[in-house]
Ligand binder design. Sequence first.
Ligand code: SAH
Length: 473
Amino acid sequence: MLLTITSTHQPASDLGYLLHKHPAKVQEFEISTGVAHVFYPEVSEQRCTICLLLDLDPVGLVRKSNGPRGNDFALEQYVNDRPYVASSFMSAAIAKAFSSAMNGRCKEKPELVAVPMPLEVEIAAIPVRGGEAVVKELFEPLGYEITLQRHPVDTAFPEWGESRYFTLRLKHTVTVQQLLSHLYILIPVCDNDKHYWVGQSEAEKLLEKGQDWLPAHPAREFITMRYLKNQRSLTSQVMEVLLKDEATVIDEEDEEKPEPEQKKRVHDLRLQTVRDELLNANAKTVVDLGCGEGKLLRLLQAEKQFEKILGMDVSYRALEIAKDKLKLDKQLVTPKQRIELIQGSLTYRDKRIEGFDAAALVEVIEHLDEPRLAALEKIVFKYAKPLDVIVTTPNAEYNKKFDTLPAGQMRHSDHRFEWTRAEFRQWGDRIAEQYNYEVVYKPVGEEDAEAGALTQMAVFTIKQRTVALNRFL
Ligand code: SAH
């Protein structure tokens, strides 16, 4: 099975730097059921082609096929197309051989990572369920020029008709990283089969590798369905993340109704208070859940105490703004990033947010309706289980102090509820009890004798002291 990528960007041999593969070398990478060979059939300043040759071991395939999806594969075990066509094995090989390029790293020439270059791809044989129309639906919206050659079932018997195998050529001016992420996801989508069990981590990979283009792709649902092997719950989980972006991006500071001139001050104060709580908690690793445009992350970035900072949000657009504000693109060359952004939903279990010292949920819970809030509780307090969790939410009692806010109305158009102090306590006490945390409540901002403060905060600390003490080690 052959895949070639050709660059005509000048000098074309830069492709070697971008893919971290020296043009003069032939390299091999083990993948689960075979070997991927990488070499250059052509290298000049004008044109440079890299070839990924996948040599799958048919016997190895049989032995490996006893996983959860093993049996359907097992019957057609000894004679099948897998060793000869582009499929999810090819995606696995791309990820293995070109992992740095896929992650946007280029040691020698980092400035090349963001440069779109004229690239051509040839895939010698790819099975496509749905034929030409499907290939077009997948690649055309991304801007590719497509050439397809369909192969007959058997050249000796033309009457047997066409097969589902094509030679696919693609042309586009894109970055190498974009090209690889497109191929990684869309090759198995064409084929509509997978050599491994599809689970949560596949959903995460899809969101991660497709983050820059999948949300806006007109066939995103089809891609998601096929990539996740039609598993409904995983598909709807990913679709929720993808579709959320079409809703308004929520920025508390911009939309919050009360006293416009005070908004910024109030939100800054809230974020500083949360940062101080995280410092006091002695947290070294922090996840900001529903990080929005990354305002808290920016404050955390300035503190050396925080060794690892993760921002998660469901909104792709908000994350793009955060990426910009935090200047993450410019940090690509630093060996170890302290700060990372991921797209995900707090209503589904996600391993990437587990194992942190502390989590912050700043003005997030009120954006979730009841069933989703129940899911969030579990995800955060049962599964992610940080040692400390800081939650802030509006104090509804304070609303009457805003002249601009008609009685009974909420502060923000996307808020599903705003709680009184008693309601917040009731919720927090129940959570603490159920998941073994201690909780204290604190006002944020000036306190009115009757109405309390504008914002209310709960600081949860896990009860298992032995675990908690580890953070001081
Ligand atoms: N914490 C930020 C943003 C608050 S606005 C700040 O204080 O500035 C609420 C954020 O929660 C939005 O960015 C919204 O996209 C995010 N959000 C809403 N529902 C979510 C969900 N299910 N999973 C993850 N994030 C969510």
